[in-house]
Design a protein around this ligand. Structure first.
Ligand SMILES: [Ca+2]
Ligand SMILES: [Ca+2]
Length: 507
């Protein structure tokens, strides 16, 4: 079906944490393939896989050292192909996460680049001289500290927007572009249904290297190191390339919470979908805020392109922990599920949310896996804080929270693996797991299944436009219309019963 993604429900799988098929404690393709029946029964339409390419995993696979190989932890190219074919046989599409902004510092391109100033690959990365004995400018890495790393061998700095082991490519160099476009063709030829493009707005930096300004709290504003015209140019070229294939989708991760910037990457000649962090990553639950963001997306998109609907991902805390408090636990979580599956947009569910999985906290730094958490811990200790303080700060910013193994059942390691997994299993697995929720009629899992069924039953819920989108105090509501079909969805997020008279609504 053309534009299949417009009606699809996506499901993000964090590769190492879904199912271990060979008993080494790490999720893999064999494991995921064995759970396709579960995903089919849940009735999602497409899977987004986090990076599965060969990687030293400084940043859990977002540091790729070979774009043409499957990382041994996840299996072989054969395992990948078997998984992909089996997913397709069940009518499930698969999109791959692709990191174009940077490679691993162990990628052969970078190894060659750092060899000498005259290396043929030197200009594939961003190398700069010292300026008055210091870094070329004040740019900060998103993982903390300077974005410039000094390399003794050739006495120059290289640029990295994230960890120093994730080296930014020089997208002004056409050879880089051609090499990456070859990668894209390779995976499309294998049958992948599209890509989720990591930090796509980070391609290219301001060549004049102006310093970034700071906000009132002294936090750096990333003004000159992203959203450069070149990023838009590359996105358009990517579109042209992908359009040579049928029915492929491009989803962009645009690293910004400003919807006005993010939306400029979406459109007919650009990306099909972009992640709406303005709604997806809200820090606390607020009906007005949710309504305002929905309204903004409706207004700005003008029916031209669809927003994405999600509240969790591998980069943010799970929304059950973030947005739902004890008192309203089941109800609010179910209402957020309903919102994602009935509002205008394309839902992206995150593995485990369908059973209400909660954040993982580690009680010892040796259990911490996320580079962001580890770097924070080291910095806190270096600054003279106690182990307890450092651990707390590191737990706060760690992305491990949402990356623990999915809880299949109440056996040891939650049925994820036979041995101790690469990351701790959340200790609530005996209560929160797929197996017990499959038996209970009023479980979160059954609620998700029901909502997915309802969404698929009514075209107004996956094809309709808003006839109305409004709010009265804690009650958010909308009516979606497709041809003769009209469906109204009303969310009372308050604690009191409320009455709304349909006649009073302006329709
Ligand atoms: Ca494994
Ligand atoms: Ca970049």
């Amino acid at each position: 079906m053309k534009d299949w993604w417009k009606e699809a429900i996506f499901y993000e799988i964090y590769m190492p944490s879904f199912c271990d098929g060979n008993g080494d404690g790490i999720g893999d393709f064999k494991g995921i393939a064995s759970k396709l029946a579960y995903l089919k029964e849940l009735d999602i339409d497409a899977i987004w896989l986090t990076p599965f390419y060969k990687s030293p995993k400084i940043d859990n696979g977002y540091d790729i050292s070979d774009y043409y190989s499957i990382d041994a932890d996840y299996g072989t190219m054969y395992d990948f192909q078997v998984f992909l074919d089996q997913a397709h046989q069940r009518g499930i599409k698969v999109i791959a996460d692709l990191v174009l902004n940077h490679t691993s510092s162990l990628h052969p391109w970078f190894l060659e680049s750092r060899e000498s100033r005259t290396s043929p690959k030197r200009d594939w990365y961003i190398w700069k001289d010292k300026v008055e004995g210091h870094q070329p400018n004040n740019w900060e890495s998103y993982f903390g500290g300077s974005a410039w790393e000094y390399d003794e061998k050739t006495a120059q700095y290289y640029y990295h927007a994230f960890a120093k082991e994730q080296v930014d490519l020089n997208w002004y160099n056409p050879e880089v572009k051609n090499a990456m476009f070859d990668v894209i063709r390779f995976w499309l030829d294998k049958g992948i249904d599209g890509f989720r493009l990591d930090v796509i707005n980070f391609l290219g930096i301001d060549p004049t290297l102006q310093n970034n300004p700071y906000d009132e709290e002294g936090k750096q504003i990333h003004l000159h190191d992203k959203d450069l015209p070149i990023a838009f140019e590359i996105v358009e070229e990517l579109r042209t390339l992908v359009n040579k294939y049928e029915d492929k989708v491009l989803v962009g991760e645009v690293g910004t919470e400003e919807f006005e910037i993010a939306k400029t990457y979406a459109g007919q000649d650009k990306l099909d979908l972009i992640f709406n962090f303005n709604l997806g990553s809200i820090q606390k639950f607020e009906v007005k805020r949710i309504f305002d963001e929905l309204k903004k997306m409706e207004k700005e998109n003008q029916g031209l392109y669809l927003p994405t609907l999600f509240f969790s991902s591998h980069d943010m805390p799970r929304h059950i922990t973030r947005l739902v408090d004890q008192d309203t636990e089941q109800t609010r979580a179910q209402m957020l599920c309903t919102l994602m599956l009935t509002a205008t947009g394309v839902p992206f569910l995150y593995y485990g949310e369908e059973i209400g999985m909660t954040d993982l906290y580690v009680d010892d730094i040796s259990e911490m896996r996320d580079v962001q958490g580890i770097l924070t811990y080291q910095r806190m200790i270096a600054e003279g804080n106690s182990v307890i303080e450092a651990l707390e700060a590191s737990n706060m910013c760690s992305r491990d929270k949402s990356r623990s193994p999915i809880q299949w059942n109440d056996t040891v390691y939650a049925g994820f693996s036979q041995i101790k997994p690469w990351i701790c299993v959340n200790e609530n697995y005996t209560k929160i797991n797929v197996e017990c929720q499959s038996r209970e009629v009023d479980s979160m899992l059954q609620y998700y299944k029901n909502m997915i069924r309802i969404r698929k039953k009514y075209k107004a819920l996956y094809k309709g436009n808003y006839e109305l989108l409004d709010r009265r105090n804690d009650v958010l509501f909308f009516i979606r219309k497709y041809k003769e079909q009209r469906i109204g969805v009303f969310f009372n997020f308050g604690i009191k019963q409320d009455t709304l008279h349909l006649e009073s609504l302006s329709i």
